[in-house]
Ligand binder design. Sequence first.
Ligand code: SF4
Length: 445
Amino acid sequence: MSAPVNRTRPYQSYVYAYPHKTAYRPLPDRPSLRELWSAERKDALSLYLHIPFCEVRCGFCNLFTRIGAPDELSTRYLDALDRQATAVRDALGDRDPVRFAAAAFGGGTPTFLTAGELDRLCDIAEKRTGVDLRAVPLSVETSPATATADRLAVLADRGATRLSIGIQSFDDQEARAAVRPQRRADVESALSRIRDARIPVLNIDLIYGIEGQTARSWRRSLDAALAWEPEELYLYPLYVRPLTGLGRRAAGSNQAWDAQRLELYRTGRDHLLTEGYEQVSMRMFRRTGAPAQGADDHACQTDGMIGLGCGARSYTSALHYSFDYAVDMHQVRSIIDDYTATEDFGRAEVGRRIDESEARRRHLLQSLLQAEGMEVEGYRQRFGHHPAHDFGAELERFASLGWLDETAAPDRLRLSAEGLAHSDALGPELFSPAVRAAMAAYEPK
Ligand code: SF4
């Protein structure tokens, strides 16, 4: 049975992948990648390369990343990536066709790497895994300070189709309050360089719920972003998590903060809808007519994922795996050091098995959190039942809260506008008891 969700707490957690990494555990049998991938389809894989370095640590960030890369660490890291990519491609074998449908460089900040290192990163991806970066959608994350003309030129030349930049706020004071010190003038020059690089899709990330942010200042940030006519915008509610720079926010303000975030969410959503954007999910908005990018849409339920780098996850149909995960700076450093010293990348070390019941949850979760919702027939064909057979109590509850769109066609299970607004409460309610218990038992480090 699901744990009750308090309606007044709409911001519980962001479900961008299920199960969350905090539900992963060391795998005692250390299964070989060759075995894990032997029976998988490999003709439409996603490739993800993770670069765990940033020039500063943003106050809200709980991603796996460290500040800077001293003593040639980036070179050692790329050397290890090269070894890992070689081992993984070897494990995929040549019996079945191995093809990639999408690629992404994420982090951290991939453009923390120099132009020469980015070129090497692309070489590692292409020469070791066989992906043709110019033939698939290639998405790369960047930051204002590292989006330099020489790095952007390399990325454009190697086939980047989407550049995603974390701006968070165009207001210098709000940026400081989120512990991401940056100057508006530097942000504008970075955007200008990105547009000059002519990478087809620009995504801008903004955050709402920052201390001192008002409906007006939020509108000003949205308009400053819209001036660049980005093909995509992600609007993130601010979260304050353990071990991050903002982790000591004053207690007792939760209700007012929830109300502020909900109001700013609605302001942002309504503004973008009137400015010619369509809503793809609670966070994502795409300019009408802009090309979809595949890998970042989280809509694909079945394709395998090859993650390279020490913060990357890989997915087969039966196992999600990665390396150890941490947020605390010392722990992150030691995990990266271990990664760069690794010679044998042929086994999965940390992960979580996905049985059929977890696969059903994942399918429902990741489809339902998209604005277009889920095609019921696709679910039935894959799992043999109507979703109401497997998740009757949960769906009834969502309906009673007004979170399901009752005007949707019978073959479509779709959230209402309120349901989408409450995605971060609804998603966690679909976690299995086992995953919830593992996440609760995880000790942040
Ligand atoms: S939010 Fe992005 S840029 Fe900031 S520390 Fe985290 S990964 Fe780095």
